[in-house]
Design a protein around this ligand. Structure first.
Ligand SMILES: Cc1cc2nc3c(=O)[nH]c(=O)nc-3n(C[C@H](O)[C@H](O)[C@H](O)COP(=O)(O)OP(=O)(O)OC[C@H]3O[C@@H](n4cnc5c(N)ncnc54)[C@H](O)[C@@H]3O)c2cc1C
Length: 425
């Protein structure tokens, strides 16, 4: 059985692992020369409800990627405004480690392989076309192309191509394969009704910061610097993807986190203003390169799906990560990817698909985000274990806990322990 995955971000890598463990031959196609997509620039794990979700994943048998992010954490259990017990993985070291794991597992990775179209017959995908027009056939397909770009979207809904990690000018634009198969995409909205949202953080070169800031970042993981009142821009918070950081503390302060580079927790911030701050006089953006003016635009392309991650209207296509809803985060991409990979194999074998119950945080966010997509108001929100609306819900429902035994018991009582590492073939 051949499972074909399109998009090698956290969601695609996670889907590849569970599909492989279920016994399929797995091929992963990625348009750039790096796996992990946006995972090469984020780094924050285990903050707030992401801790619970990470432990659920481990107990369900899909802990490999969490194991790597834990292992490569530069800082553990740090707090910053609105966020508790965050772990920060090193974004400059993570990609080759994940690539090695996938290769060691026998997953076939195809880099610089942009998928441009699908071959469809009676609601079934027969194959995908790679840019050079090669046709790749398969039994089941999983789309994990994210929601960022193509460049035209960053021009139309943002401040231009910000030269982000996805590097569209060189590797070519994202393609929505479910849309190519005739299924209309959903789009996320901002508070004012405009489409998409700005990515909410940038990276500065640590070498461009003062020695004092650099040392504090290395030692403590966080540096908070007050912004002069004339430069505070509260309104900008509304345009951000990451509503979990749309708190006034993030407008009134520059918050820097150490992820190998210095992660600046705001979307585009003019360089001239940034350099007014003590210690940042020589600051330089390294992601996106145009971080003083713009950032990437996301959430313009989500596929309608059921809670087992199957794309509605196509028999043999699944989706995960940002492509599968207004999800923000690595943990969210890994969790949805793990379920999609496992279910792809169940589908091909003709056995019932797994839907995770709402008594788990992962099952609940998958169904809640899906339900919320139906309303315009719901499309203005993003869904993450880390904060904003969904973390409030986790608290209200008693789903949030950092008690590992309690999380394990929750999963075991449902007989879901190791379910995602089951060999089905
Ligand atoms: C600047 C920034 C900082 C962030 N920081 C954090 C953080 O600290 N913590 C956190 O949890 N989350 C963070 N996020 C959010 C998080 O990174 C994403 O929500 C998550 O990684 C999305 O994963 P994904 O696999 O769904 O999509 P992506 O990472 O977008 O991956 C999609 C992949 O598909 C590929 N692709 C697209 N089209 C094609 C095609 N046609 N053919 C082949 N390949 C294709 C792309 O090249 C890409 O590699 C951040 C996001 C950004 C932009």
């Amino acid at each position: 059985m051949k499972v074909v995955i399109i998009g090698g971000g956290w969601a695609g890598c996670s889907a590849a692992i569970t599909a492989k463990k279920a016994g399929a031959e797995v091929h992963l196609y990625e348009r750039t020369d790096l796996l992990l997509g946006l995972g090469n620039v984020g780094g924050i794990m285990r903050n707030n409800g992401r801790f619970t979700a990470a432990e659920e994943l481990i107990e369900m048998g899909a802990g490999e990627l969490i194991g790597i992010t834990d292992e490569l954490s530069r800082h553990k259990n740090i707090d910053f405004p609105g966020h508790k017990h965050a772990w920060l993985y090193d974004v400059n070291k993570i990609e080759p480690v994940v690539k090695d794991l996938l290769q060691d597992m026998g997953i076939n990775i195809h880099l610089v392989a942009r998928v441009t179209d699908v071959m469809l017959e009676n609601h079934q995908i027969k194959g995908i076309y790679i840019e050079n027009e090669e046709l790749v056939e398969g039994d089941v397909f999983i789309e994990t192309t994210g929601s960022t770009g193509p460049m035209g979207n960053c021009l139309k809904y943002g401040n231009g191509c910000a030269m982000c990690i996805l590097r569209c000018p060189a590797f070519g634009p994202r393609v929505s394969l479910s849309a190519r198969a005739g299924i209309e995409d959903f789009q996320g909205e901002r508070e004012d009704g405009s489409l998409g949202a700005f990515s909410g953080s940038c990276k500065l070169s640590k070498e461009s910061l003062s020695q004092e800031i650099k040392e504090k970042l290395d030692k403590e993981g966080v540096v908070i610097i007050n912004i002069p009142p004339e430069d505070v821009n509260i309104d900008k918070l509304k345009s951000k993807v990451c509503q979990q950081y749309a708190l006034k503390e993030f407008a009134e302060n520059i918050i820097l986190l150490d992820t190998g580079s210095a992660k600046l927790m705001t979307t585009y911030y003019p360089l001239e203003k940034l350099r007014k701050l003590k210690g940042l006089e020589k600051a330089k953006y390294i992601d996106p390169y145009a971080g003083g003016k713009g950032n990437s635009i996301r959430y313009l392309s989500m596929a309608p799906r059921t809670d087992d991650m199957k794309v509605k209207g196509i028999d043999n296509m699944f989706c995960a990560g940002e492509k599968s809803g207004l999800f923000v985060g690595h943990t969210e991409a890994i969790a949805t990817g793990a379920l999609a990979g496992h279910n792809a194999v169940r589908y091909a074998l003709g056995i019932p698909l797994l839907i995770l119950p709402s008594s788990t945080a992962i099952g609940d966010i998958i169904s809640y985000a899906n339900y919320k997509l139906l309303s315009r108001k719901g499309r203005k929100n993003r869904y993450t274990f880390a904060g904003a609306e969904y973390f409030e819900r986790m608290n209200k429902l008693g789903l949030y806990t950092t008690n590992i035994e309690e999380i394990k018991n929750r999963v075991r009582k449902l007989n879901l322990n190791d379910i995602l590492s089951q060999k089905l073939i």
